[in-house]
Ligand binder design. Structure first.
Ligand code: GAR
Length: 189
């Protein structure tokens, strides 16, 4: 069984979709949800799904090996960032080289980098009157949004679309593709 740890910071719609997709899988299991915000709604979602969830603060992530030790103790094979908004610490990058996957709600390399996450991305895309946006699923390295791209999917933006409209389109793409792409990466490697 290939074991995933999902890292999340917020609402957790992606965590929910990934967990539901792999619920009956014989190959892949969502073993653990790791959260970096104490009051994130994703914690409740994980509990409702019957998945262990654990919270770590900034100090634990960046100045200790607690997170890495937990991942190793639970036999985690892949880390999936499902709306996780911090840079991944170097000890995790080293130990999970090419085994950390992120989803970004835009067509990288555009609209990536520090501060470009979630709704901020959609606002910037709409303000710049882009005609299309999309999702990028990529490996994670030590810099924000710069790891090797695995998959992209596009959506069109209509002239009157708001950032909320775009967010809805992006969530549909995430739902449709993220779990399948994770599966194809972890099962094929
Ligand atoms: C998702 O749209 C994801 O692509 C984005 O945060 C949202 C989390 O939603 N990730 C980033 O912006 C990473 N830079 P969720 O908590 O409902 O899954």
């Amino acid at each position: 069984m290939i074991k995933l740890a999902l890292l999340a910071s917020g609402n957790g719609t992606n965590v929910q979709q990934i967990a539901e997709y792999f619920k009956d899988s014989e190959d892949v299991k969502v073993e653990l949800v790791i959260v970096n915000k104490k009051d994130a709604y994703v914690r409740q979602r994980a509990r409702n799904l019957g998945i262990d969830e654990v919270y770590y603060d900034r100090n634990s992530f960046y100045n200790t090996n607690i997170v890495l030790e937990m991942l190793e103790k639970r036999g985690i094979d892949y880390i999936v960032l499902a709306g996780f908004l911090w840079l991944i610490p170097n000890n995790l990058i080293k130990s999970y080289n090419n085994r950390i996957i992120n989803i970004h709600p835009a067509l990288l390399p555009k609209y990536g980098g520090k501060g470009m996450y979630g709704y901020n991305v959609h606002k910037a895309v709409i303000e710049n009157k882009e005609k299309e946006s999309g999702i990028t699923i990529h490996y994670v390295n030590e810099r924000y949004d710069e790891g090797q791209i695995i998959f992209q999917a596009k959506c069109y933006i209509l002239p009157n679309d708001t950032a909320d409209d775009l967010a809805s389109k992006i969530h549909l793409l995430e739902k449709e593709y993220f779990p399948k792409v994770i599966e194809s990466v972890v099962v094929s490697q």
